[in-house]
Design a protein around this ligand. Sequence first.
Ligand code: G4F
Length: 333
Amino acid sequence: MPVAFITGVTGQDGSYLSDLLLSKSYEVHGAVRRTSALRRSRIDHLYQDPEIYGKQFFLHYLDLNDPTTLRRILTKIQPDEIYHLAGQSHVGLSFEIPESTCDLTAMGTLRLLEIIRDLKKVPKLFHASSSEVFGKPDRAPQDESTPFRPVTPYGCAKAFATHMVSIYRNAFHMHAGNGIFFNHESPRRGENFVTRKICRAAAEISVGKRTELRMGDLKASRDWGDARDYVRGMWLMLQQDQPDDYVLATGKLHSVEDVVSIAFQTVKLDWREYVRRDERFDRPQEPCNLVGNSSKAQQRLNWQPQSDFHSLISEMTESEINLIKHQPDSSDI
Ligand code: G4F
């Protein structure tokens, strides 16, 4: 049974990756932060299954700024593969908390690399990098050879971590690779990311739970894919003989307005009646023209995005409607 260790296991990608690895008979260990608000809903189905939790799936309390604990856990479980997904992942928020964003995302990755380097059996490493490293790129679409020009604290922290992973791969011959992933969404997306925020609002407005949706820049555009395709890419990267960096993207740009329009269409409403512009959601600086070329992953990993943008946004909106239906009304409690 191969052993995998996942940082960020409670997030969207960590939860789908756990599902995937467990279906491939891995023993999966996940790192969870010890916070007062324990939100693990995305992995509840694994945690609450006595046939899985404690047998094939294990959780460990860990903070990425606590290297002694990290070293102890990794020495004990001796993973074959590490998937490093944890970090402060909200780009807008990185302008409010730049220092902790860099500590967790940039230095956290370097600390992990240092510990891995010293392990007796050096595991393979996947690092979740981001299209944010390209910032304002000088070409489109972007691929593995496009220079990094980040414009956000988050993008800068990811650029540092991405370079460090390549440096350790080359200097210490580690099987370490960066997945330079463009935006990827799903019903498990965090609630403060734009697609989930919109799909949830459309669903709530359609059942009369709220009356409007306040939004930042509707003209902003992104290359949005399906998270389930992207975690498959992570696994494929670590199954290669040679470690390398790969861009995963759909190659298609859509605007925030497109997301709004599909979500409201799904609930049969005209979005113009409900969506209001709110400059509080604007960022001091935005990347532009972020659209990826994933030819290398398509050729070498045989990776293809399988879901299309329209059905992804509709699925996310329908999932919100289901969640609302299954949430107990406060009068029932
Ligand atoms: O959904 P977002 O917050 O995602 P963003 O900033 O592109 O970052 C995500 O994708 C990156 C690339 O994979 C990851 F590295 C990162 O960790 C994260 O997963 O915003 C998307 C766009 C932005 O241009 C934003 O300004 O939507 C725009 N937007 C407009 N109104 C809004 C809003 N974003 C949010 N979150 N909320 C709004 O009201």
